[in-house]
Design a protein around this ligand. Structure first.
Ligand SMILES: Nc1ncnc2c1ncn2[C@@H]1O[C@H](COP(=O)(O)OP(=O)(O)OP(=O)(O)O)[C@@H](O)[C@H]1O
Ligand SMILES: [Mg+2]
Length: 260
């Protein structure tokens, strides 16, 4: 394997939790030209553990993880990795509930500027950028609302807008539509499409909701199936869904629906 022109290069990754191998010989390459990579797999496959390694929360036993060909992510703190532009969105929206939607955006722009605090000047400086991002996620009208008063879906979109203005080279999303209503899921799929079109960020996305996966994958993005800590299949969704090893891995553990 070669790490040339890769956004992410993962080789022979092993993670052990007290002797249990959560990741075993995991190999994964995300090309620089790829904008979205979907990650699916039954419960316990190791999907979240992979994100934990990429963001410095879990230290592997062995393996290599290179970001943009040469930058090793292993041995770096979560903070250092975030500063490199590998940003993770957790399942629960992490917005500041006591601040307005606009202030939340200001705080995240501040984060992008490596920890500068909220300063009067920043508000004017980034107002256009913030308005555009809020407009993308349909929250421009709620700018002055307290973030804590938004619905679950709106909080998720606010957080996406906050990440959007940071324009990370790699955005990791772990089950972004969990707990959402069907219309909220549809809107989130639309939002991700907008993010992909209008920003330079690449997205790696873990998701169980197969309707959602199908919507995203229909745009030609590759799907990686993880099972028991390793990559079981990779390619277009129709191909991995038809793969008998994938069908078998999902048996009795939820579904990877075979119908189109
Ligand atoms: N901190 C930990 N300590 C011990 N075992 C862990 C820890 N984190 C994860 N595991 C185990 O590692 C395996 C992989 O877990 P992981 O959370 O990565 O799976 P997942 O693919 O994200 O599953 P799900 O779809 O249910 O979120 C599971 O068997 C899990 O119980
Ligand atoms: Mg998980």
């Amino acid at each position: 394997m070669s790490a040339a022109d890769t956004l992410l290069y993962v080789e022979s990754l092993f993670v052990s939790f007290d002797g249990f191998l959560a990741l075993r010989n995991l190999n994964l390459i995300v090309d620089r030209t790829e904008r979205v990579r979907l990650l699916i797999g039954p419960n316990g496959a190791g999907k979240t553990t992979l994100f934990d390694v990429l963001t410095g929360h879990v230290t592997p036993v062995s393996g290599r993880v290179l970001f943009r060909d040469t930058v090793s992510l292993l041995g770096r703190s979560p903070h250092a990795i975030a500063n490199l532009g590998v940003i993770r969105k957790f399942q629960t929206p992490s917005v500041f509930p006591g601040h307005s939607v606009f202030e939340n955006m200001i705080l995240s722009v501040g984060r992008k500027q490596f920890g500068e605090t909220m300063a009067a000047g920043r508000r004017a400086l980034h107002a256009d950028e913030i308005a555009a991002a809020l407009d993308h996620v349909g929250l421009l009208g709620q700018s002055h609302e307290l973030a804590g008063r938004l619905s679950h879906g709106q909080k998720q979109w606010l957080e996406l807008a906050m990440l959007l203005v940071q324009a990370p080279p790699l955005l990791l999303l772990d089950e972004p539509v969990a707990g959402m209503t069907k219309p909220e899921k549809e809107k989130t799929a639309e939002l991700l499409r907008t993010i992909v079109e209008r920003s330079s960020s690449s997205i790696m996305l873990i998701e169980h909701d197969m309707d959602f996966v199908r919507t995203i994958a229909a745009r030609g993005h590759r799907v990686t199936v993880l099972h028991e800590g390793t990559v079981l299949a990779e390619g277009p969704l129709e191909r991995v869904q038809a793969d008998q090893r994938v069908v078998k891995a999902y048996l009795g553990r939820g579904q990877v629906k075979a119908e189109a």
